[in-house]
Design a protein around this ligand. Structure first.
Ligand code: ATP
Length: 297
């Protein structure tokens, strides 16, 4: 008996970052959009907690209890006073350390899968609370679609989307550490005042209308200068996608994956081909949004 849960990657169509708080975290206004690149998390009864991983980048995923999916299984088990005696297998397709919240998605997937396998019957609200304990990006992987995250990004408000948006993602060689990108953000803003992060009204309207041109005009990522500063070659990738006809280009989350919003599926194919041929990225993937949250298969 096993349970498999499919979980989506995300792109931040807006990532507004406030000044560092005394606890080191930053207040955010974070507009998440789930995209159709998925990991699959399968849980099977076992003598003890064990994690395996397959797929691209699997060798960079830790297989001990620091794996976010293992931490999720441990947390649910502790909450319900039972052993976390489960084998968690992650079939990876979300780029590892790519700024698309793959580890967070795996955590949400493991929670939902273990809840089903163990029959713990946690409510949606309890699952969301456990997700928030595991990390700021984990609750969104559970709900999917589109949502505004405030606080550290973990307080979620679902958003309406009026249609399908087409994307190309350019995968980079290597990864960027999210804490390192925030440290670079702090360094770049030293001695300057950082405005309160607020969601862009134009962006929310563009999402609601399903209007890619309007969305392209209001995409923003305050972490982009920090990510490009740590990984300067990203500037070439962004420029290549723009000149190949993307409506807009931005760094995905903390990078180094870059995201290109395009008009339709044909544009996605030609932008992906141009990016791949340019040698400015490792590979390019086309996909659509919004995508559903954690789903039991
Ligand atoms: P985010 O966008 O949430 O900051 P990310 O997409 O940049 O994250 P992840 O792929 O989630 O990055 O992984 C970041 C690091 O977390 C990895 O380098 C890895 O060491 C660790 N990690 C822990 N659990 C996992 C997991 N299940 N999958 C991938 N990485 C994991």
């Amino acid at each position: 008996m096993s349970v498999t849960v499919r979980v989506p990657a995300k792109v931040n169509v807006q990532l507004a970052v406030g000044a560092a708080r005394p606890d080191g975290f930053h207040d955010l206004a974070n507009v998440f959009l789930a995209v159709g690149l998925y990991d699959e998390v399968t849980v099977t009864p076992a003598d003890a907690l064990r994690v395996t991983c397959s797929g691209p980048g699997a060798d960079q995923v830790p297989l001990d209890r620091t794996n976010l999916a293992a931490r999720a299984a441990d947390l649910l088990a502790a909450r319900y006073g039972r052993p976390a005696d489960v084998h968690v297998h992650i079939a990876k397709d979300i780029p590892v350390a790519g700024g698309m919240a793959g580890g967070s998605a795996d955590a949400a997937g493991a929670l939902v899968a273990c809840d089903a396998l163990w029959g713990t019957g946690a409510s949606r609200g309890e699952l969301l609370d456990l997700c928030a304990e595991l990390g700021s990006d984990v609750p969104f992987a559970l709900v999917g679609g589109a949502a505004l995250g405030t606080g550290r990004g973990e307080k979620l408000q679902p958003l309406e989307t009026g249609g399908t948006f087409h994307w190309v993602f350019a995968l980079a060689d290597g990864g960027l550490s999210t804490p390192a990108v925030y440290r670079e953000f702090d360094r770049l803003h030293e001695g300057r005042s950082v405005p309160e992060p607020t969601a862009s009204a134009d962006l929310l309207t563009a999402l609601r209308k399903g209007d890619p041109e309007a969305l392209a005009g209001s995409l923003s990522n305050d972490l982009q200068p920090a990510a490009v500063s740590l990984y300067p070659a990203l500037a070439d990738t962004l420029a290549t996608g723009r000149s190949a006809g993307a409506l807009a280009a931005l760094v995905s989350g903390s990078g180094p994956t870059t995201a290109f919003l395009v008009r339709d599926a044909d544009a996605a194919e030609s932008v992906a081909e141009a990016l791949t041929a340019s040698g400015t990225c490792r590979t390019a993937r086309t996909t659509v949004s919004p995508a559903p949250g954690a789903t039991i298969l």
